[in-house]
Design a protein around this ligand. Sequence first.
Ligand code: SF4
Length: 386
Amino acid sequence: MRSKDLSLYIHIPFCVRKCAYCDFLSFSAEDSLKERYIDRLCKEILNEAARYKDRYVISVFFGGGTPSVLRAEQTGRIMELIGSSFNISANAEISIEVNPKTADKEKFEIYKRAGINRISIGCQSLNDKELEVLGRIHRQEDFYRTFQAARDAGFDNINVDMMSALPGQTAADYESSLKKLLCLKPEHISAYSLIIEEGTPFFERYQEDALIRDKGGRPRYLPDEDEERRMLYLGRDILKDAGYHQYEISNYALTGYECRHNKVYWQRGDYAGFGLGASSCVDECRWKNTEDPDEYLSAGADELKQDIQKLDITQQCSEAMFLGLRLMRGVDEAEFAGRYGIEPSCLYREWIDRMMSERLMESADGRLTLTQRGQDLANYVWGGFV
Ligand code: SF4
């Protein structure tokens, strides 16, 4: 990564309706609010772009929420502004998150003309019962239609998000979803376990142990830890056998299709976020935009940023470890030393020795990586670097 590289994140907080497990900054909104939001977002982008005249944008990511709930022309307007305000590298990766039922071939064609070259579809499951429990607005047929529409519009770089450890899901159910997905040969698959976040409808229901009841009226809860692990291993094996390589704890790609934008986060590249609640980290300075929609719409140019924090060297090193260890390539000790002035095995000698002796980390070819067991207990390993 060159020092002048920059990635852009554009937050579109709108969704058709809130999913039962979601704690992202997202909500449903009238068209008039969406229009006002885009006006404000464009002002923010235009205003901030001046700071980055010497930068080359290597990736742009429209995330949310559901960016595809915007009309294609609205997305086109934002893309046009980005293209005219930043130096976009010729081979920049430009992704947009799409949910089934919110995009058709025509919309994808407009995306393509606007310069978007990667589609990320939130599928989560190819089992209608699971989709219903998750509170998703789509069913498997909707996903198939959306995926095909993206292909028909010429997209040859598609990610699909899948989830495991869903209420009532067995390892066999998960396997069936993954195998159906593999028939479509997406270039990239993100495979996450469901996490029950406080404040979501799922959390409330789970608290009452009443998420699903079987025919006998007995509650069936989330898969237990063993079953969850079985799903993770099974998923890993199925995807590897199908030719996908795991390059991050939850991410798999065909050769040449690793997500460049997400790698910028894991490798601590610079990124500037725009929109409600968007985070940025540039030149070791981190900040976050307000999460209050009214404040976002009315704030002056300099009033959006909150929690501005200059990262000291200790924070930089700590982030480099726990983010770098997410990647299968791990942390390159020489690169780390070149960037932060000290080798990780000196800085974290005690913890790394302990992790090695517990067979959670290993070292080979000058790289520190998590072992298989380390991936299973990643939060514990990362804890020692924070
Ligand atoms: S579509 Fe995504 S962002 Fe929107 S509510 Fe569902 S999980 Fe949340």
